[in-house]
Design a protein around this ligand. Structure first.
Ligand SMILES: [Fe+2]
Length: 309
């Protein structure tokens, strides 16, 4: 995200302090844009407003390098026009609103609004989803994962082949426009901004989910690991209406399992950090309760003493 500064005064200010940009990280804890005290003072002094502009992030490879499996023409339309449109629309929508300056992840969570979507949700979700989609692929991709990722896939789906079957089925049966996902579910049944659609006592497992339009698993507090775009604009130039063929090529020739593996490591670390934080809070509450009981006993003892006197 780039920061643009719009000055209300005609002359350039002498104060040049700019805000620290939020460091959202595609799977880390999103951190909104923060101002230091000095920066806030400076902002008031020179009277400018800050607008945070999101950039159109390019795929991590050239537009022709996924050929022959995904054509340059598809990338030119899909990234160069559709993805660009989402970025331009969001930048217009957030100017002057409370969303201006938030990380993309925060905008998604806030504007999801418990499923009663605010206007910015669709564009913010589509920017995030497309960034994630481009990074889910690589030239010479496909094949089979290894290491911890393969172990978890085999544990949670029975085998890699069974996982592929379920993922393909989810992507093929998403009615209309949307996405299919492999995600790491860390059993957060209480989600602040959404009703978790799959509450379960099973913990720390991989799940396959599909989502309509711009919705993604962030709104359920899952950690996305892999996605495929099943909007028609993703495949129509190369495959026309043959969505199942596009899905097969994606899995067999395009998926970057290295990207999925590194996302899994981040998701596991995030879940472990949350567990430690929750344990720390629980201990604090327990200690507070224990302290309260002690005080009560002390007061009771006082009363007893006075009665004795
Ligand atoms: Fe798309």
């Amino acid at each position: 995200m780039a920061i643009a500064v719009a000055f209300s005064a005609s002359s350039l200010p002498t104060c040049t302090v700019l805000p620290l940009q939020g460091l959202p990280g595609i799977l880390g804890s999103p951190r909104p844009l923060q101002w230091t005290k000095k920066e806030r003072r400076c902002r008031r002094k020179i009277g400018f407003t800050v607008t945070a502009k999101f950039d159109l992030k390019p795929p991590p490879y050239s537009l022709n390098s996924l050929e022959p499996h995904m054509s340059q023409e598809t990338l030119e339309y899909h990234w160069g026009k559709h993805h660009r449109g989402y970025v331009e629309n969001l930048n217009k929508q957030i100017v002057g609103t409370e969303l201006d300056g938030m990380s993309l992840e925060d905008i998604i969570i806030v504007s999801y609004n418990k499923g009663d979507l605010l206007p910015t949700f669709n564009n913010a979700g589509q920017i995030w989803n497309h960034d994630f989609f481009w990074e889910s692929m690589k030239p010479g991709g496909g094949g089979k994962p290894d290491g911890d990722l393969l172990e978890l896939i085999e544990r949670d789906f029975g085998s890699f082949e069974k996982f592929v079957e379920e993922f393909k089925s989810a992507a093929a049966t998403q009615f209309g426009s949307g996405w299919a996902w492999l995600a790491y579910k860390a059993n957060r049944l209480e989600v602040g901004n959404a009703v978790n659609p799959r509450p379960s006592d099973e913990d720390k497992k991989l799940v396959i989910v599909k989502s309509p339009n711009a919705v993604n698993p962030l709104v359920w507090d899952y950690s996305p690991l892999l996605t495929i775009d099943v909007w028609e604009h993703a495949y129509y130039l190369d495959f026309q209406n043959r969505r199942p063929d596009y899905i097969s090529i994606f899995i067999e020739k395009l998926v970057s399992w290295e990207a999925v593996s590194s996302r899994l490591e981040i998701a596991k670390a995030r879940a472990a950090e949350r567990e430690r934080e929750e344990e720390r809070k629980k201990k604090e509450e327990d200690d507070k309760m224990a302290g309260g009981e002690t005080a009560e006993v002390y007061l009771d003892n006082d009363t007893d003493d006075s009665e004795v006197e």
